[in-house]
Design a protein around this ligand. Sequence first.
Ligand code: PHB
Length: 371
Amino acid sequence: MTTSQTTAALFQPFEVGNLKLDNRIVMAPMTRTFSPGGIPGPNVAGYYRRRAENAVGLIITEGTVINHPAASADHGVPHFYGEEALEGWARVVREVHEAGGKIAPQIWHTGTARDKSRFPDSDIDSVGPSGLNLKGEKVSEPLSVEEIQGLVQAYAQAAADAKRLGFDAVEIHGAHGYLIDQFFWDMTNKRTDEYGGSDLVERTRFAVEVIEAVRAAVGPDFPIIFRFSQWKPVNYDAKLAANPEELERFLAPLSAAGVDIFHASTRRFWEPEFEGSDLNLAGWTRKITGKPAITVGSVGLDSVFTSLFEEGKGGEAAGIESLIERLDRGEFDLVAVGRALLTDPAWAAKIRDNRTDELQPFTRESLATLS
Ligand code: PHB
């Protein structure tokens, strides 16, 4: 089989709601901190345009923070509120669309993952369901119900603005130990009111309200992508759901609230999520919910298509052939590519055109000269 035959599954169109994609390749959200003062400039538009020009089916932007004073964990992370930042995003959308691409912002609140000491100009505490950071340290008072409802509205406003600016979809960041995931996780949610509880399903309430409010803000046809993960940056082995039954109970309320596409974040796409099956987290999610799923995790970092992904670590990643086999079998619908697309804006076009000898390897050198 030639490479182009092998990769054909990646280049099939895909449709959900109003969203029509030319192919299955998604640019994964990656923090770049290149929006000083929260304003994405022309360089940010150029960065996304280069991926759109080079056959990425859907771009999901870096996390961009909702309108709340403690949402951001870094001065260079873009805001998704305020006239100047939203004008910057309008330029991003325009340039990506001119290049024939599709784009969704990832709307984000970092919760207590925000380190207040990085904001010497701010006396604002970081916030979370129980005021606990990921290490279990108390950094603030638990959010009040009124504050929680204000946050729900801030997500809804961001989604409404995404639609108004012409974005093609919106992704809600519910993963990786940030605010929404802090409600899911029993280590960070010790609440005993309606936003907490000993059962994981009880701890989905904040996410459900966010999804419902976003749905109300964008109407029935604007796709909502929901990103979640089992892993936390402090604990790669953490599990919200220990087995498929728990995953089903967890995802059911999120799905019913209005999610169109689940983005199941894993660090390595080839790792089975639960014993007794090869399915990864995206595979289980698709099977359980019947909704389209995006997989992610070291795609394109294998030694077949790139020479090395870090000195001495080449070959640790599974080959793209095994990814495509899973896609072909219908395990998931879309494939998010992170680091490979960071180092090589033309990664997707080169895979499509069988120009794999031209791929920029993911190395320390290539990371130093990102564009
Ligand atoms: C990061 O900046 O490293 C980062 C940001 C958001 C994530 C994961 C990692 O969801």
